[in-house]
Each structure stands twice: as structure tokens, then as C-alpha cells.
Design a protein around this ligand. Structure first.
Ligand code: PGA
Length: 247
């Protein structure tokens, strides 16, 4: 199984999300490809309606770790599940570095997601400063450890390697070299064994598009891609899906 994750971030509001979802609904997912749309919370129900009857699945971009109650502005994992989510991103770089989410928060969100049956997609990635100061592995090791050590059902957590510097907007928009992605994914596979994850599902994210997706999706430990900017363009999505059909 390969995965295509579309993270629409805060790029499109209600009307545009509805229109985009209807275009997605017309794109057939190849066999053995899981496609997950992560719309804004506000558009979630509309997108869900637009893709009803297709194989597209839904994911949250972020969840609260608290289940319900007096938590202004928060949306719980259970609320997302009730609205049709099967997945949730957790600890995306924009959450960590713009909104100040800590490794501790990330762990609580993973636990909240697992407790209601959502598959958490744990995002990890080093910053440009980490890279320049030789701390890439240190950062990844720490993020993985604080999220997964002694975590019950850790094998149900998916992992997305998303170097912060490679993401459009928060980073440079220059994708990580496929050779580096190959090395990091191989390393992550070994690293998470200690947390009871023997066959991890690992995605790459960071400036993936139709032109470069093949270089990642043909690597042995790359089980899918997370796309932000490219996911807003149905023609790009269609090309990526066509390539996935050949994998
Ligand atoms: P990008 O975003 O494709 O726009 O770089 C990827 C991500 O943040 O998941």
C-alpha cells in the first residue's frame, strides 16, 4: 500500500475547499493507493460530502489532546472521528515552529488520536539550523523518542519525515535530495524498532510535486508522500496518482 496525503493547510476556505474536493472526487485512486485529504476544520464536513462514495479518506491537520469540554477553539480527535476522519497529522512543523507545539504536546495528541481509533501521522523533521550544525539525527531521534517511547500501540503510528527547511512557506521550498531521504528513512526504520515498530509506514513531505515524486516513491522505505502546495492543483495530484499507479 502506498499513500498520498494532501495537506491543504490554511490555503483554501470553505468555497474553494468544496470546489477542490469535487475535483478530487473525479480523480480515481489507483488500486493499493490510499488517498487522504486533510482540509481545514471548517471545510471538513463539506469535503467529506463532496468525496462521499469515492475511496478518498479524510484526515485532520491537527487535533486537541483533550476529549471535550471548556477548551475554546480546540477540536478533539473524537470530534474529527465523528465527522469522518480516519487519520490526523500530529506535530506538523508549522504547528511546532509557528504555534509553539512541544514534543510533549505531540505525544498527548498521538495518544488522543489512538484512543479514538484515528491513525496519527507523526511529523518529524530538522530545521535549517539543525542541519547546518550537524544536529539532524539528534533532532529526529529526540522527536521520535519523546513521541514513541513506552507508547502503547506505537506500531499504529505512521511517520512523516518532513525537513522543515524543505517545506514551502516555513522553509525554502527546495525538496530534500532523494539520496538523503533514502538514508533518513532507512535510519528511521531502524530507530523505531526499539519502540516496537518493526514495519514502519514512513512518508516523505517537503516540496513534493508531479515532477519529483518518482524519485521518492521508488525508494524502498518511502511508503507515500505528503503534499501541501502541489495538493492544491488537481493536475499535479492527477500526475502523482498516475505515477503511484505504476509503483
Ligand atoms: P509543501 O508542504 O508540499 O507545500 O512543501 C508539505 C507539508 O508541509 O506537508
Amino acid at each position: 500500500m502506498k499513500y498520498f496525503i494532501a495537506n491543504w493547510k490554511m490555503y483554501v476556505g470553505l468555497e474553494k475547499s468544496r470546489a477542490l474536493a469535487m475535483q478530487y472526487a473525479g480523480l480515481v485512486l489507483p488500486q493499493d493507493v490510499t488517498g487522504v485529504i486533510c482540509p481545514t476544520t471548517l471545510s471538513f464536513t463539506e469535503v467529506s460530502r463532496a468525496v462521499a462514495g469515492t475511496n478518498w479518506q479524510l484526515g485532520a491537520q491537527n487535533v486537541s489532546w483533550t476529549p471535550e469540554g471548556a477548551y475554546t477553539g480546540a477540536v478533539s480527535a473524537e470530534f474529527f472521528r465523528e465527522a469522518g476522519a480516519r487519520y490526523t497529522l500530529v506535530g506538523h512543523s508549522e504547528r511546532r515552529y509557528i504555534f509553539g507545539e512541544t514534543d510533549h504536546d505531540v505525544r498527548k495528541k498521538i495518544m488522543a488520536a489512538l484512543s479514538v481509533g484515528l491513525t496519527p501521522i507523526l511529523c518529524v523533521g530538522e530545521t535549517a539550523d539543525d542541519l547546518a550544525s550537524g544536529k539532524r539525527q539528534y533532532r529526529l531521534k529526540k522527536q521520535l523518542m519523546l513521541a514513541l517511547e513506552d507508547l502503547p500501540n506505537a506500531d499504529r503510528v505512521f511517520i512523516a519525515y518532513e525537513p522543515v527547511w524543505a517545506i514551502h512557506g516555513i522553509g525554502s521550498g527546495i525538496a530534500c535530495l532523494p539520496a538523503d531521504v533514502a538514508d533518513i528513512h532507512n535510519w528511521i526504520k531502524e530507530e523505531v524498532k526499539q519502540y516496537g515498530i518493526s514495519e514502519p509506514t514512513i512518508f516523505y513531505g517537503g516540496s513534493v510535486n508531479a515532477g519529483n515524486c518518482a524519485a521518492y516513491l521508488t525508494l524502498p522505505n518511502v511508503h507515500g508522500v505528503v503534499t501541501g502546495t502541489a495538493s492544491l492543483h488537481p493536475a499535479e495530484v492527477k500526475s502523482i496518482l498516475s505515477f503511484l499507479a505504476t509503483c
